[in-house]
Design a binder for this molecule. Sequence first.
Ligand SMILES: [Zn+2]
Length: 382
Amino acid sequence: MTGKLYRENQYIKEFEANVISCIPVKGGYETVLDKTAFYPEGGGQPGDRGFIGSSSVTDTVERGEDIIHICKSAVQGKVRCSIDWNFRFLNMQQHTGEHIFSGILHSLTGFDNVGFHMGETDVTVDFNGPVTGEILLQTEKKSNEIIWKNIPVKEIFPSAEELSGYEYRSKKEISGQVRLIDIEGADLCACCGTHTAYTGEVGLIKAVSMINYKQGVRITLKIGARALDDYIIKNENAAEISASLCAKTEEIASAVEKLKEKLSREHLGFTELKKKYFGLLCSELTADYPVVFDDSGSADDAKILADMIAKKYPVGYAFSGNDDDGYKYSAVSAVTDVRETGKKINAALNGRGGGKPEMITGSVKASRVEIESFLKEKVLQG
Ligand SMILES: [Zn+2]
């Protein structure tokens, strides 16, 4: 049975212990110590990382009464151990923050936290009922007030008899001694994880999104150091958008909206102009030479143009591009199979592409002069 130093004091970062066993397994060594401050994965909290002697520890899990440290290399005897404190403290912030937020949302709505995930970048909590934006804001505000009050995060180990007198949240059925985490005014919840000693250490809780999920909602939280990281990224982005749109940071959303409206108006105008331009390009064609060149280099434009021509003549040909980059092309016909013509074009003009009997698309690597003389001599001669 491994002694659990993290239960006595969750702030132990370094300790000495004796190696009880160190067994080689695929990818490392499973090491058991006589006592440990490494927290094993549980209660939604990931296992600790760090060092045992000179070996790094990549994960910690609980198996029966033992705590297994997944080591990179073998260790033995008396060892000096250190846990990755940044990682652990971040996890303590996340866990404590989640208690505060879930407890307050529960007290405001009666809904239960039915899913909890501590991810690499955020925490998600699932509730079994609908939550309004207003309630979400209220929960966030009250949660941060509890943080600023800097009240103690207490542990209670009630007897079975005492336990029946408590009204507490619980994420799953628990057997044996129950450990309640008590945050006055916010939450009372059965939990096996590690928490900060005072709420103030959580720093900040920000709900960054809420989506409908199953019968309720899934809320994404940024807690502690992650809330600051999130603020830094968003602030940088907001500042850049603000500078490029010449708008105050608190007004960038409406500035982007205006820009989108302007773009969509201009796009409409552009589409109208393009239609007129294509009409002009097609107006001077003759049945002997139903071919149009356009310089946009767009496969879509070539298709639209070929289609316009084919409405007046048996076959329409359109090439879009320039001599340096090559041309996108399309041939359209309602009366003849254009696939054979496509093969000829590809073979003669270093091209590729194909399609259906009534429309082919592709590209060629040839100059306009080469394309025109090929079409005149080999395609349109008869
Ligand atoms: Zn907890």
